[in-house]
Design a protein around this ligand. Structure first.
Ligand code: ZN
Length: 95
C-alpha cells in the first residue's frame, strides 16, 4: 500500500498497421526529450489531466511530434503525409 506512482506499462505493439524500426519505448523517450522533459514519466504526469498530450510519428525515419488527443492512435504527420502519429499516453500504455 506504499506505491502511489503512476504505473507505466510499456507493452510491445503487436497490432500495428505498419512495421516500425523503433520500439514504442524509444519513441516515447524521444518525444519526452523533444518536449523538454527528463523522461516519459515526467511528461505523462504533466499532461495526464490535459485534453491534449504530445504525440510522435511512428515512422522509423521520422520524429515529427505534435499535440494530439490522448487516445490518438493515427494522428496526421505533416512530414510523412500519413496518419502515423501516436499519442504518448498510448505509447506508454496508460490508455
Ligand atoms: Zn512522420
Amino acid at each position: 500500500m506504499t506505491e502511489r506512482a503512476v504505473e507505466i506499462d510499456v507493452r510491445p505493439d503487436t497490432s500495428g498497421m505498419f512495421q516500425v524500426g523503433a520500439t514504442d519505448a524509444q519513441k516515447l523517450d524521444t518525444l519526452a526529450h523533444d518536449y523538454g522533459f527528463d523522461g516519459p514519466i515526467e511528461m505523462l504526469e504533466e499532461y495526464v489531466t490535459d485534453s491534449l498530450c504530445p504525440g510522435i510519428c511512428m515512422h522509423p525515419a521520422c520524429s515529427y511530434s505534435t499535440e494530439v488527443e490522448p487516445d490518438c492512435e493515427a494522428g496526421w504527420c505533416e512530414e510523412c503525409d500519413a496518419g502515423t502519429v501516436k499519442s504518448g499516453m498510448i505509447l506508454a500504455g496508460v490508455i
